[in-house]
Every structure is written in C-alpha cells, then in structure tokens.
Design a protein around this ligand. Sequence first.
Ligand code: GTP
Length: 396
Amino acid sequence: MNELPWIEIISALAVLAGGGGIAGLLVARRRRRAEDQEQAERTAEREAVAEPAVTAEPEATAAPVEAPDLMVEPGPLLEPIEKPAPTAGRLVRLRERLARSGSPLGARLLSVLSRDTLTEDDWDEIEEELLLADVGAGPTTELLDALRTKVRVLGVREPAAVRNLLRSELVALLQPELDRTLHTEPTAGEADAHLPAVILVVGVNGTGKTTTVGKLARVLVADGRSVVLGAADTFRAAAADQLTTWGNRVGVPTVRSDREGADPASVAFEAVARGRDEKIDVVLVDTAGRLQNKAGLMDELGKIVRVASKVAAPSEVLLVLDATTGQNGLSQARVFAEVAGVTGIVLTKLDGTAKGGIVVQVQRELGVPVKLVGLGEGPDDLAPFDVGDFVDGILG
Ligand SMILES: Nc1nc2c(ncn2[C@@H]2O[C@H](COP(=O)(O)OP(=O)(O)OP(=O)(O)O)[C@@H](O)[C@H]2O)c(=O)[nH]1
C-alpha cells in the first residue's frame, strides 16, 4: 500500500483524537508541506512581478517584494454571520447625530439670516461661522456674496424662503455635479482574466481607516458583493486583528501577515492576487496611518499602489479624513493625492463635530469628491455622501 491512504487514515484518527501524538505530528507535517508549497508558488509569482532593477525611483521603493508569512483568516466558523443594515437612508441619521454635538453650521447660519434686519455685524457673524467651520476663504466669500445679493436685492425675508435660499446656495457650494460613485465592479484583464475591483484606504493615524474598511465591507456584503480584506497595516499588530474581527462578523476573509513590520506592499499584492484567483468582486486594502510629511512612509504607500497594480490597479484610493481635525485635513489631502492618486474622500467622525466645511475645501482644491461619511462608531455608521441629505442634515 502506498503512503497516502495511510496518511489519510492517520489524519482521520488524529482528527478524532483531537490531533495529538504521532498522528497529529504527521498531519501537522503534511499541512506544513502543503503550506510550504503554496508559499513557494506565491514567492515565484511575486518574483515574476518584482520591479525592474533599473528604475529612476528611490531605492526603498524599488526593493523586491519580501515574503510576509501570510495567513488568511477565513471568516467565521463559529460565530453567526451578521446581516448588515441596508445603506439607503443612512445619511438621514446625520441630523440627530449632529444635534448631539451642538447646533450644526446650517442651523446657526439660518438663525442669523432669519433676523428682522440684517446689519453689517450680522454678515460678519455669518462670515465668521463659515470660516470657523472650515469652509475656507474663497468659498466663504462666494457664499456671502450670493446670499447678500439674494437677501438684499431680491428681498428674500420670509423664513421658509430664507431656508430654501440657504439650502440651494449650500448645495451649489458642495458641487453636486461631482461623480460620487464608488467603483466596485470587477473588470476583465488580459485574456479575459477576472480582475477584482481594488479599493485602497489611506490616511494619517487614527482617522478611522480600519473602521472604515470594516464598515465598507459590510456595505458591500449588504449589496451582495464578494469581498476579501487585505491587512496592509503591518505596523500596528492590533490593526490586523481589528480588521479580521470586522471581516469575521460578515463572513469575509482577511489576508494578513503574522509578522509585525512585514512588507505591506506584499500583503496588498497577496490580497489582490487572492481576489483574482478566487474571482472575488472587491478587495479592500487597509494601510498603516502615516504622516503626510514622512517621506519614507509616503514612498511606501506609492510602492503599495504600484505592487498591487501588478495584479489589478486600484479602482479607488480612498483618503480617510477626520472631520474634527478640520483645516489640517486639507494639507493631508494634497500630499496623499500626489502620492497615491486619491479618487475619493471618506469624511469620518462627522457625528462629533459641528464643522463640516472641510468637505467644500477638499473638493474644491483637489476636484476629488467626498464619497462616504462616517456617522459614528457603530458597524453600520457609514453612509454614501449625498449633497442634498448632507445639507438637510446641517440645516437641522
Ligand atoms: N464617532 C466616530 N468615531 C469613529 C468614526 N470612524 C472611526 N471612529 C473611531 O476612531 C477611532 C480610530 O479608528 P481606527 O479605524 O482604528 O483608525 P485608523 O485610521 O485605522 O488608525 P491607525 O491604524 O492607528 O492609523 C476608533 O475608536 C473608531 O471607532 C466615526 O465616523 N465616528
């Protein structure tokens, strides 16, 4: 009798006996051999796509992709899979969330505009409110001019008319014409190969990237999409655990490395390759928080984009900005846009601030639309951005 059936019998015994003793060892050795072979195949594939040696780019970014000791957390085996809430109407919750964090910008503007007669001091107050809410100097002047003209020249005074006027001016300021579609469709590569949509999530520390990836996975699952998560935040060990937990809750596997500091580009590559091999619709890649002024980290981000693109170029690079940090978000956005080609903004923690004007500035400066907003720490507190609903939310 050849070796294999014996191993099968011993394996079965091992499973029955809880995997202990010689049988357990054989099973472990056999599993290790299979893993080694799989690892060798992946390494060969990685080497085949390694960057050419001659390149004009900085040394750090041209390094070959190193093997990251990858693991795939398969999704839940024991826990029941959660059913995420539908996404429609989520932004409507904004109003109640904002009410908790103080009077929203729109409501404050409305209260000044509704005064019987508007003095220069009142207009100064409106200007101050807009600037304090991070709307930015240019857009503030534009809005003030439009309001002054319509209130004074056209004599708009009746409360409902003032509200309508302010609403339509705020809507115009938020560029409703921008395309806010999240591109999550797989595409066909060479020889009709399946290429997953790849969404890369970037930003500075603590803005809510991992949480956003987790929430977004739920949104996609709710929409019937297959998803793989890539834990390319290899600096913070807890980040991969955090992401795996999010994935497990909705039955989505996470590609991760169990080695802290492993090459994040490699993890991203593996996640995208897995998405391709298993014909997954969307691969969501979480990256480590980085300061926009740390050249090395930003180079590394560029490398993640390039290496993942060897399999499939990102269909979206989402920059996560914390709405409570305001103005600083703008300089972050500029640098990330340069390095990673940002295609959309996710504005998190909107529930924790009465500001929100940064939406206006970021969109103006970069021509990149806000596509999603974070409305709380709950698993389904992520909403597609809709200009009309947003303005209604801040008008209170
Ligand atoms: N209130 C509120 N909290 C949020 C929102 N999004 C994320 N958070 C919280 O922000 C904190 C940081 O979130 P993470 O997802 O860990 O942030 P990160 O950007 O991945 O962090 P690093 O990996 O350290 O860069 C967590 O406590 C989240 O619950 C939101 O929309 N509203």
